[in-house]
Design a protein around this ligand. Structure first.
Ligand SMILES: *Cc1c(COP(=O)(O)O)cnc(C)c1O
Length: 360
């Protein structure tokens, strides 16, 4: 077996210890004589497993008791629709900040249900920065304010939680949840598809303040209705049982690593190492406003586009894979989620130094 350093933006690398544990338990989970995949989601054993995952997430993120934690399907993209359906609560207007391709998609989906006010947009700056707070236009009567905590494609990340008056703050944290400690009490709702930093694809976490749910639009599908899912332990229908189990193993692993404070320290070290190498190289370039550089996704360019394929080919030979940029923006991108060890970033930095020396 020869595992590579996988810099994929998502689905992305999982901790090797988690995969090994899943392998060891695959045929006979906890002496049940069957795989988790084969168990009823209504069985006592499975419900205990599911509840443990929720308890571990609550502990890791210090989620206050008046927040509900939901495990849903449909990805973060499903939530782009579910959020207006559930949170408009009799209002028409919702405010969205546009900082990249993911906020753009959230806005496009929300427009089917809501009168969307775009508070500000960094589109004209090619999504390499976050609009200055003083320039945001926010209707104080709107139902909620939505922003994307980390733009996975552009590599732009909020380094502090924005203030938006009394509007419930809603955040897409698909690509940076669990990467650092967070004051959950500042939010109305946090959501994330699992496949970047929490587990495999197919399961989506929603953390929502209790008083915001229960007023979904009548057309809301039951499986996307937060109140119905909360009242049924996220088991209104069959949940993605195996994905939920794997997510639970990742949470247990995170606790063993020292939790989110330890993760933040490691993630900062990894990102600093890579950005410093890029900045010092005179060869590679990262276009993002230094104030908002993402700790999770680091896009970079070579001095000439025709060097990209040779770079990717040579990287692959060195065991460094999935470094191509998103198809919409090109270039290269290294994703450094929790499961990427420092050794992977060091190997990448060494490789980049060598490539610059031989192609500069
Ligand atoms: C990947 C991603 C999404 C889309 O997630 P799906 O689960 O594929 O719907 C949405 N927002 C952000 C920030 C992402 O990184």
């Amino acid at each position: 077996m020869n595992r590579v350093f996988n810099f994929s933006p998502g689905p992305s690398a999982l901790p090797e210890a988690v995969l090994a544990r899943a392998r060891d338990e695959l045929l006979d989970w906890h002496s049940s004589g069957m795989s988790v995949m084969e168990m009823s989601h209504r069985s006592k054993a499975y419900v205990a497993l599911a509840e443990q995952a929720e308890a571990d997430l609550r502990e890791l993120m210090a989620i206050p008791a008046h927040y509900r934690v939901l495990f849903l399907q449909g990805g973060a993209s499903g939530q782009f629709a579910a959020i207006p359906m559930n949170l408009l609560r009799g209002k028409q207007r919702a405010v969205y900040l546009d900082t990249g391709l993911w906020s753009d998609k959230a806005i496009a989906e929300a427009r089917h249900y809501a009168d969307v006010q775009v508070a500000a947009s960094s589109r004209a700056a090619h999504y390499t920065t976050i609009p200055e707070r003083a320039d945001w236009d926010i209707d104080p009567q709107a139902a909620y304010f939505h922003y994307t905590s980390n733009e996975t494609i552009g590599g732009v990340q909020f380094q502090t939680i924005p203030t938006v008056g009394d509007l419930p703050l809603v955040s897409d944290m698909s690509s940076d949840i669990l990467s650092r400690p967070l004051d959950v009490s500042r939010f109305g709702l946090i959501y994330a598809g699992a496949q970047k930093n929490m587990g495999p694809s197919g399961i989506t976490v929603v953390i929502v303040r209790d008083d915001l749910i229960g007023q979904a639009l009548p057309v809301t599908p039951g499986v996307l209705d937060y109140r119905k899912q909360a009242d049924n332990g996220s088991m209104l229908n069959t949940p993605p049982t195996f994905n939920w189990y794997l997510l639970g193993l990742v949470l247990e692993w995170l606790k063993g690593q020292g939790g989110l404070a330890a993760m933040e320290t490691l993630n900062r070290t990894k990102a600093d190492r890579l950005y410093s190498a890029i900045d010092a190289s005179g060869f590679y370039d990262n276009p993002v406003d230094v104030r908002y550089r993402s700790l999770m996704n680091v896009p970079f360019r070579l001095p000439r586009q025709e060097l990209e394929q040779p770079f990717l080919d040579a990287a692959r030979k060195a065991g460094l894979v999935n470094l191509e940029g998103h198809r919409s923006v090109g270039g290269l991108r290294a994703s450094l989620y929790n499961a990427m060890p420092l050794a992977g970033v060091e190997a990448l930095v060494d490789f980049m130094g060598e490539f610059a020396r031989t192609h500069g």
